[in-house]
Design a protein around this ligand. Structure first.
Ligand code: AMP
Ligand code: ZN
Length: 475
C-alpha cells in the first residue's frame, strides 16, 4: 500500500485537523468510552461505535498497530452526566422489577453487555483488544483518587471526594467554554458542601442519598462507589499507560465527561494525558433527540425486526462524515439498503465473471484517491464515491475491481469479501412446483415445464437452469 498520504484527524483539543503522530510507532493506544449497560444501545450510540471502528480500521490500513479499549460502565453513571440523580443501573433495577441486590445488578449488566456485543457482530465492528468493566477496576480507581488527593486537587465532604476545579488551571480547555457557561449548566441540585458547583465527585460515599447504593466497596473513605468519570481515566491508564494517543466518544461527552476525565488524569500525572480527542456528532430523529430516559429510542433489533440488514445501517452512517449531524429516517435507510444491495449484486457478478484486465495506472489512482479520502479525517462519503467509481469502471477487469474493493473494505467493513448470491429460501408451494417442473422435463413435456416456469415467475422467482440443477433468483 502507498503510504505517502499523511493521516489527518480532527482534534477537539485544538479544533484543528492535525497530522497524526503516534507516541510510540510500535503501538497506538486508543480508548473509547463504552456503554452504560442499563439498557439497550440505541442506533445513535451505535453511530459512535461505527465511527470509532472506521478510525481503528483506518489506523490499521495505515499500518499502525492499535491497542483498542472499550469500557463497560456497570456502576457510577448517574442519571445526569454530572453528580445529580441516581445511578442509572439502580434505576434500571427498579424499571425491570428486580430485587435491589448486587446479583440483580450483575444480571442486568450481563444482559445488556451481551446484547451490545451482538450489535457489534451485526454491524461488523471489530471487537476491541480489551473490554474492561468498571466494577473490576475499583482498586485502580481508588489509587487514582488517592493520588489526586495527595497532589492537592481534591477534598473530602460528608458525602463524597470532590475534584476541586479551581486548582486545575485549564479546566474546560476541551470544551472551550468559559467557567461561567459551564457553571450555568451545573447548578441543578447543588451540594452545599461543594466549593464550586462544577466540582465533581471522584468517589461517592455510601451516605446521604446514596446510603443504600446496591454496590459498595471498602475504601480509605469508608464504604462507597466510584464516580463515572474516574473509571475511564483509571482503566485507560491501566491498559494503555499514563499517556496515550487517542480518546473518543460522542460530542455530548465534551463538556462534562471528557472535561472531567482530563482534569483528574492530568491532576494525577502532572503532565499532558491524551494527544488526540475525537468526537462524533449526533444521530437525530426528524423529531429531535433520541431519549433513552423517556424510552423513545430505536435499537438495531427494531431495524432487524423490520427486515433490514444491519449493515445497511452501517452503510447509512458511512454516507455522512462523522463530524456532521445525521438525521435518521426509514426512507434514508431504504436508500442505504438498496445501495448496499446494488453493491452486492455487482460484486457477485464480478465474482461470477472474474475476467482480468489490468491497468496499473488506473488501479493505483483509485488506491490513492481512496487513501486520500479516508486519511483526510475519515471522509467516508468520498471513500464510498470512489468505491462506486471502481464498480462502474470500464477500463479494468472484474478481477482487478474485486481486489480494489476487498482492499477498501478493510476500512469500510461492509463484508465485501463475503458477498455471495442470496440463497433463496422457497416456500412449500414453490418447492412443489419445482419438483413438478423437474418431472415434466424428465418426461420431455416441455410445454408443461414452461407453464410451470411461468407460474413460478408469477410468484416472483426466475429459474436459471445450471449444470448443478435449477437455481431460483428473486425477480
Ligand atoms: P452512553 O451509553 O450514553 O454513554 O453513550 C455511548 C456512546 O454513544 C458515547 O460515545 C456517546 O457520546 C454516544 N452517543 C450518545 N447518543 C448519541 C447519538 N444520538 N448519536 C451519536 N452518538 C451518540
Ligand atoms: Zn468515558
Amino acid at each position: 500500500m502507498i503510504n505517502n498520504m499523511k493521516l489527518k484527524l480532527s482534534n477537539t483539543l485544538s479544533r484543528n485537523k492535525e497530522e497524526f503522530k503516534p507516541i510510540r510507532k510500535e503501538e497506538i493506544g486508543m480508548y473509547c468510552c463504552g456503554p452504560t449497560v442499563y439498557n439497550y444501545a440505541h442506533i445513535g450510540n451505535l453511530r459512535a461505535y461505527i465511527f470509532e471502528d472506521i478510525l481503528r480500521r483506518t489506523l490499521e490500513f495505515n499500518r499502525f498497530k492499535v491497542k483498542h479499549i472499550i469500557n463497560i460502565t456497570d456502576v457510577g453513571h448517574l442519571t445526569s452526566d454530572a453528580d445529580s440523580g441516581e445511578d442509572k443501573m439502580v434505576k434500571a433495577i427498579r424499571r425491570e422489577g428486580l430485587d435491589f441486590t448486587e446479583e440483580s445488578m450483575l444480571k442486568l449488566a450481563k444482559k445488556y453487555t451481551l446484547k451490545f456485543k451482538e450489535n457489534f457482530k451485526d454491524l461488523n465492528i471489530l471487537e476491541p483488544n480489551i473490554w474492561c468493566k468498571a466494577t473490576e477496576h475499583i482498586p485502580e480507581m481508588i489509587k487514582l483518587v488517592e493520588k489526586i488527593l495527595e497532589n492537592g486537587f481534591a477534598y473530602e465532604t460528608s458525602t463524597a471526594i470532590y475534584f476541586d476545579i479551581s486548582k486545575f488551571k485549564d479546566y474546560g480547555k476541551l470544551a472551550k467554554l468559559n467557567i461561567e457557561q459551564l457553571e450555568a449548566g451545573a447548578r441543578i441540585e447543588p451540594d452545599p458542601e461543594k466549593h464550586n458547583p462544577l466540582d465533581f465527585a471522584l468517589w461517592f460515599k455510601a451516605a446521604g442519598k446514596h446510603q443504600n447504593h446496591v454496590m459498595q466497596w471498602d475504601s480509605p473513605w469508608g464504604k462507597g462507589f466510584p464516580g463515572w468519570h474516574i473509571e475511564c481515566s483509571a482503566m485507560s491508564m491501566k491498559h494503555l499507560g499514563e499517556q496515550f494517543d487517542i480518546h473518543c466518544g460522542g460530542i455530548d461527552h465534551i463538556p462534562v465527561h471528557h472535561t472531567n476525565e482530563i482534569a483528574q488524569a492530568e491532576a494525577a500525572i502532572g503532565k499532558k494525558w491524551v494527544n488526540y480527542w475525537l468526537h462524533n456528532d449526533f444521530l437525530v430523529m426528524k423529531e429531535g433527540k433520541m431519549a433513552k430516559s423517556k424510552g423513545e429510542f430505536l435499537t438495531l433489533q427494531v431495524l432487524k425486526d423490520k427486515g433490514y440488514n444491519p449493515l445497511s445501517y452501517r452503510y447509512f452512517c458511512l454516507g455522512a462524515h462523522y463530524k456532521t449531524q445525521l438525521t435518521f429516517s426509514f426512507e434514508a435507510l431504504d436508500g442505504a439498503e438498496s445501495a448496499l444491495k446494488r453493491l452486492k449484486e455487482n460484486v457477485v457478478s464480478f465474482k461470477e465473471n472474474n475476467d482480468s484486465v489490468s491497468n496499473k495506472k488506473i488501479e493505483e489512482e483509485y488506491k490513492k484517491r481512496f487513501l486520500e479520502a479516508i486519511n483526510n479525517d475519515l471522509n467516508t462519503p468520498l471513500a464510498l464515491a470512489v468505491v462506486w467509481e471502481v464498480v462502474k469502471d470500464k477500463e479494468i477487469g472484474n478481477n482487478e475491481k474485486l481486489k480494489l474493493l476487498c482492499d477498501f473494505d478493510k476500512v469500510l467493513g461492509l463484508g465485501i469479501k463475503t458477498f455471495e448470491k442470496e440463497k433463496v429460501v422457497v416456500s412449500g408451494i414453490i418447492d412443489e412446483l419445482l419438483k413438478k417442473r423437474d418431472d415434466a422435463r424428465k418426461n420431455k413435456d416441455w410445454s408443461k415445464a414452461d407453464k410451470i416456469r411461468d407460474e413460478i415467475k408469477e410468484k416472483g422467482f426466475a429459474i436459471k437452469d445450471t449444470p448443478e440443477g435449477p437455481v431460483l433468483e428473486k425477480i
